[in-house]
Design a protein around this ligand. Structure first.
Ligand code: CO
Length: 439
């Protein structure tokens, strides 16, 4: 795998995944084309060693795994975790707001979005819609308009002279994007507007009525290289679709010698408490099917190791004071181990050492991130997954700038450096993390 090919695939994945539902549908498509079989929670499973499988939950989460030729109970699972959601504007159930000659859409703020970055962007709409169809049954359809539809205009500097010093954003009043303008206020019903798009996407569907939806605004600008020598990448939802992408690509490429598992869950940006979130029991439910005997399952988990992948803050050249001076994090320098004394990250000295040792095999020296002691630290799915399953866990991620902006940045080498690190992990035997105390 080379840098150019990997980034091309990453760009395509990012651009075709405007929402968690699309991110998961694209993983599903990819895994089906790479010899993974789809399982359903409603069925009994008949699993075979050497085979690869995946299961979806609520359109927003996916767990994929390979049952290795080496016995999983003795060799454990090489586990990867990432999240499918990103901060965004989510359309309210009754969104239409007619103001002057404009039609705006009411939005909720999903997750910890950096709101200033959403102004003056070319936005579109995508998500999931639940419809009543011809025979009276309810069906789920993914929707994506794929064209610029909306914008949130800034207020002009002449009308807000202090905007550059004191810009604050009112979440209820300032964020509703404009969908249409008509001097006679002649606007379509929002559900009728959705229905017409669904009919274009699914010409055979007989849509009677739209009952509800989960729809988000997204930026239509595609990901791109930036920098004099294309040394950086810029795009939406790098946090954390970059990790989902590397997880799915490495899992499919790793072969079936060892047992591997990728856990991509939803709702990390608002706390992970949901049926498809990392704090829910999706992973437990899958593990119970793979290893129904509780003692064997416990031994399997003891012999397993989890790499929780989520982007890390790189040192910002214009805001150096935001970084601990002894822990500068650079783009294009390799994956970052994330450390926090208060367990906001699951890394400890042992899992950190295991990860550093893995990186040695590909001659990469991982970087280390720790928050300044006078600032509060973010978190990941790492600690809750480690706590739930009793797993040895390290929290790592690619270095990035502008986390939670509508557009984020990383190094052009960083996806490949993460990919190579994860590939080594997926092909390493469990003695690498089953360490012994010196007595
Ligand atoms: Co994240």
């Amino acid at each position: 795998m080379n840098n150019i090919d990997l980034n091309k695939q990453l760009f395509s994945y990012l651009h075709s995944s405007p929402t968690p539902f699309h991110a998961v549908a694209n993983i599903q498509k990819y895994l089906l084309s790479h010899n993974f079989s789809q399982l359903y929670e409603s069925d009994k499973w008949h699993l075979k060693q050497g085979q690869s499988y995946f299961v979806l939950r609520d359109n927003g989460a996916v767990i994929a795994f390979t049952l290795g030729l080496h016995e999983p109970v003795t060799e454990g699972f090489r586990m990867l975790a990432a999240h499918t959601d990103s901060p965004a504007l989510q359309i309210k159930p009754k969104p239409s707001i007619s103001e002057g000659s404009f039609l705006n859409l009411g939005v909720e703020i999903y997750g910890g979005a950096l709101l200033n970055s959403w102004f003056d962007r070319d936005l579109s709409l995508a998500g999931r819609v639940c419809c009543e169809t011809g025979n009276g049954s309810l069906e789920i359809m993914l929707i994506d308009f794929k064209r610029t539809l909306l914008t949130i205009p800034s207020v002009a500097i002449h009308l807000d002279r202090e905007a550059n010093e004191k810009k604050t954003v009112h979440r209820q009043n300032h964020m509703p994007p404009i969908l249409a303008q008509d001097c006679n206020n002649n606007f379509p019903d929002f559900n009728a507007f959705l229905s017409a798009q669904l009919q274009r996407q699914y010409p055979a569907a007989k849509i009677k009525e739209i009952l509800s939806f989960d729809i988000f605004c997204y930026d239509t600008q595609p990901p791109t290289y930036t920098g004099l020598n294309n040394e950086m990448l810029s795009g939406s939802r790098l946090d954390n679709l970059l990790s989902c992408f590397v997880g799915m690509s490495t899992l499919a490429a790793a072969g079936n010698n060892y047992s591997n598992m990728l856990i991509c869950t939803n709702h990390e940006e608002n706390g992970s408490v949901s049926a498809s979130g990392a704090s829910g029991a999706f992973t437990d439910a899958v593990l119970e099917r793979i290893a129904p005997d509780p003692v064997r399952r416990r031994i399997t988990l003891h012999n397993s190791f989890l790499i929780s992948m989520d982007n890390s803050h790189a040192t910002h050249p214009n805001f150096k004071e935001k970084t601990d001076p002894a822990h500068l994090v650079l783009l294009n320098k390799g994956p970052v181990i994330k450390i926090n004394a208060n367990q906001r990250y699951a890394t400890n000295s042992i899992s950190s050492a295991v990860f550093k040792n893995l990186c040695k095999k590909i001659e990469v020296t991982p970087q280390e991130f720790v928050m300044r002691s006078d600032m509060t630290c973010g978190s990941t799915v790492g600690p809750m997954t480690a706590a739930r399953l009793g797993l040895k866990t390290v929290d790592i991620g690619v270095p990035s700038l502008a986390m939670h902006s509508i557009r984020e940045h990383t190094g052009a080498e960083d996806p490949l450096l993460l990919y190579r690190t994860i590939m080594i992990f997926l092909q390493t035997e469990s003695s690498a993390w089953n360490l012994h105390n010196v007595t």
